[in-house]
Design a binder for this molecule. Structure first.
Ligand code: PLP
Length: 387
């Protein structure tokens, strides 16, 4: 096992930026007061939460009052869906996509068990949404349309503006799970009609266990966590101050690095992807190169197992993800690749590389140097590979 770590799994989670950690430290040590306290010692902390709200609002192009801090992306998704169906009791349909994260898909399934109807928009071979089908599915019974801004596995970016317009034309609310998009693509929510948007700190170099839900001004919202008056009565629970402060700083840094993400990071991703396509036989890129996050590539090395590839990469300290999920002991290709109709021989060998601003060109060269032997070794023992 190599002592060096080459981390290319940033869509799973990302490193806390050292500047974020510095900003958080006082709130984990001397400034431990409760922001709701009357005394100055506690009360002074509230101002730091408000500063974080402003920093996050600036990244989203939104107003600070539209931000509710939560514990994670999953909570934000749960809260958005619960609120939408709660305030539209006459509508019983939730429209989403086949390629959502389980934080939306499984919540919709749970609502189906409670009597709601879920409708899933299909995708084509590149993972692009069938917009004609979306238009047909969204109707006057629809309470909520929830479509992710960007897919965590392929990086595909979805036409949220058009989908939001389709939802509003039928009187439905529109939510987007932007957990993978925030900090990677520019956003100006004040110029869009999106009603609710979920994000998560640990995908943008803030700690795990903090997230936010954007709720556009004027949109009715029903709290998911009920209790105290925190977050202006919209999310109960004593604030996770240090992490909120960290998320604020991470948002400020993400805004400053947005250009770098879309130039240097994208160029590294392209170099890696193009090298694989040009130099290793039988590889395919899963996703839509015309509309994709700058940091993500999902590549199938056909006729071999993603898990085996990851294990051999691990020996060199290279971290990435596979396109399979372990269900009851057997490795099933991910629901995203299945929805795209990726053949089994490709889906099983899918590897997602997701970069960040902390990656460097020499790491790309390192991966390029190590991968051919890994792929050759596994293909040599694969019964499916035609030697
Ligand atoms: N939505 C998407 C698209 C994600 O990629 C993730 C995490 O991987 C989540 C939601 C859940 O976020 P969290 O881990 O903060 O609950």
């Amino acid at each position: 096992m190599s002592s060096k770590v080459v981390y290319m799994d940033n869509n799973a989670t990302s490193a806390i930026d050292p500047l974020v950690f510095e900003e958080m430290k006082p709130f984990l040590t001397e400034l431990y007061g409760n922001p709701s306290s009357i005394h100055t010692f506690g009360g002074q902390v509230a101002a730091h939460i408000e500063k974080a709200r402003e920093q996050l609002a600036a990244l989203l192009g939104a107003s600070p009052s539209e931000i509710i801090f939560t514990s994670c992306g999953s909570e934000s998704d749960n809260a958005a869906i619960a609120s939408a169906v709660g305030i539209c009791p006459k509508r019983d349909k939730i429209v989403t996509t086949k390629v959502e994260h389980p934080a939306v898909l499984n919540v919709v399934k749970e609502h189906e068990r409670r009597g709601y109807r879920g409708a899933l928009i299909p995708v084509d071979a590149k993972g692009r949404l069938d917009m004609k089908c979306a238009e047909e599915l969204i109707d006057e019974d629809t309470a909520l349309v929830s479509v992710m801004w960007a897919n965590n596995e392929t990086g595909n970016i979805y036409p949220v503006k058009e989908l939001c317009a389709l939802a509003h034309a039928k009187g439905a609310l529109f939510h987007t799970d932007a957990v993978q998009a925030v900090g990677k693509v520019p956003m100006k929510l004040s110029e869009m009609d999106i009603d609710m948007l979920s994000l998560s700190g640990h995908k943008l170099h803030a700690p795990k266990g903090v997230g936010a839900l954007y709720v556009r001004r004027g949109v009715r919202f029903r709290p998911y966590l009920i209790g105290g008056h925190q977050e202006r009565g919209r999310r109960a629970g004593t604030e996770n101050v240090a992490s909120i402060v960290g998320l604020g700083k991470a948002a400020e840094l993400s805004l400053a690095h947005l250009q770098d993400e879309n130039t240097r990071v994208k160029a590294m991703r392209d170099k890696l992807e193009n090298w694989f396509v040009a130099n290793i036989p039988s590889v395919r890129v899963n996703g839509d190169p015309a509309s994709r996050l700058p940091n993500t590539t999902n590549i199938s090395f056909e006729y071999i197992e993603g898990e085996s590839i990851l294990m051999l990469m691990d020996v060199h300290g290279i971290c990435a993800s596979s396109g399979s999920a372990c269900t009851t002991g057997s490795l099933e290709p991910s629901h995203v690749l299945r929805a795209m109709g990726v053949p089994y021989t490709s889906a099983h060998g899918a590897i997602r590389f997701s970069l960040s601003r902390f990656n460097h060109e020499d790491e790309i060269d390192f991966v390029i140097d190590k991968m051919p032997a890994i792929i050759k070794r596994l293909r040599d023992i694969s019964p499916y590979w035609k030697k």
